[in-house]
Design a protein around this ligand. Sequence first.
Ligand code: NI
Length: 182
Amino acid sequence: MTAMPILKMGNPVLREIAAPIEQPAAPEIRELVEMMKASMKAAGGVGLAAPQIGISKRLVIFEVPGERIRAEDGNAAGDGIGQTVLINPEIIPIGDETSLGWEGCLSAPGLRGLVPRHHRIIYKGYNLDGEFSEVEATGFHARVVQHECDHLDGILYPERMTDMRELVYESEMQAFMESYNR
Ligand code: NI
């Protein structure tokens, strides 16, 4: 399956409210997911939303490697989350707790921002077999899901930021690592 180019911040498709998918188990949705997987793999991200390849439908994919969860959450026992397809997702925050963490986005290459997100959520949605499920997530896993689902409502992570001084180029961040203690 061919990797598609990823739309960048400024493309109007990224600002749209994406349309619900009527038949999650339809073959064309499976094809779309294959295209998204190839695109995500080529670009090297942990998640991708359909609008990022120009398809304004409510579908996201993500995969959270165990080492990222252990690094981001400081949880030595953190397990990875395998490749997940979420169709028509819904997010319900649990409690008021938020946490700050660095995010990047394939639609804003080279940039990183410190973003507050709900620490604990339940997310719901359909898979490619049309099965509905509900998952509880915390920390980095919850962050990834919130970031990807925001794409379906035309929201990019800088809009969630509360301090724009924390929007930086990754190259500068790496060069001045000692200035970044979280
Ligand atoms: Ni993104």
